[in-house]
Design a binder for this molecule. Structure first.
Ligand code: OAD
Length: 237
């Protein structure tokens, strides 16, 4: 029997790096090539929706060329293993890719939205698509043109499912952060919430993050290897 049964895992771009998806703030990261205020803010979208659609069309196209890596698969294994032992796992991801789903995880919260989701701001319909969009795209539900935006949480907007996330952190025994720089709130603050509630905390990241000092334990290295090792420890512990 595993000793720890209820775990919250928060992931960031670093977990998908070994699959070939660019992170944001590392050298050569996405925010070096694309000014964040142009492609990841409501103001940037209002100023140049064509540029913003092209940016997310390209990210969505990239999804077709990548696949989950051992870290995504290990987290899916952990979820199943905990359930078999009467436990529970909540996977909170800041990532907008679909590699956790394709890696086999089921209970996933995409707090920053999803590349494969589109949002019609005329009728509020959200729909799945792997295709391309332009400022003239038509909503499949209300037929209005020009109101479809990427279902991505931009800077200045409220992340999704905050209540569910906070409840999960409150109820967990262990909070684990994987592959995130800890630069963006509220995600970066969940470790402090967990600590203040007396939870155990662990960070797995290539390098020390901005919030490393908040964690009980930090492990440095590539997620593809370290996450599998940690999952084995939990499931065999
Ligand atoms: P960042 O690019 O800020 O940080 C990625 C982290 O992953 C860095 O600390 C790297 O050291 C680490 N890393 C890189 N390769 C790794 C590997 N193979 N194994 C483990 N760690 C690795 O990405 P996030 O923290 O996810 O938001 O960024 C948070 C948010 O900022 C994103 O969701 C996005 C961005 O702006 C929005 O777009 C709303």
């Amino acid at each position: 029997m595993t000793k720890i049964k209820n775990i919250v895992v928060l992931t960031g771009a670093g977990i998908s790096a070994e699959s070939g998806i660019k992170t944001f703030r590392d050298t050569g990261g996405l925010w070096e090539d694309y000014p964040v205020e142009q492609v990841a803010t409501p103001q940037g979208y209002a100023a140049d929706p064509d540029l913003v659609h092209r940016f997310y069309n390209a990210r969505r196209k990239d999804l077709k060329t990548v696949k989950p890596n051992p870290a995504h698969e290990a987290l899916a294994r952990l979820e199943k293993g905990l359930i078999e032992k009467g436990g529970y796992m909540t996977l909170i991801t800041q990532n907008v890719d679909d590699l956790h789903e394709r890696g086999g995880s089921e209970n996933i919260i995409h707090m920053h939205g999803e590349l494969t989701s589109q949002w019609c701001t005329a009728c509020q319909h959200k729909f799945y698509s792997q295709g391309e969009f332009t400022p003239k795209s038509i909503c499949p539900k209300c037929d209005v043109a020009g109101k479809i935006r990427p279902d991505i949480v931009w800077f200045g907007e409220m992340p999704y499912r905050m209540d569910t996330i906070e409840l999960a952190v409150m109820n967990c025994e262990l909070f684990v952060s994987i592959g995130t720089s800890g630069a963006v709130y509220p995600a970066a603050g969940y470790v402090q919430m967990a600590r203040s509630l007396g939870k155990q905390t662990l960070e797995i990241n290539l390098e020390r993050s901005e919030g490393s000092h908040h964690f009980h334990e930090t492990r440095q290295g590539k997620a593809g290897k370290l996450v599998s090792v940690w999952v084995d420890e939990i499931l065999n512990g």
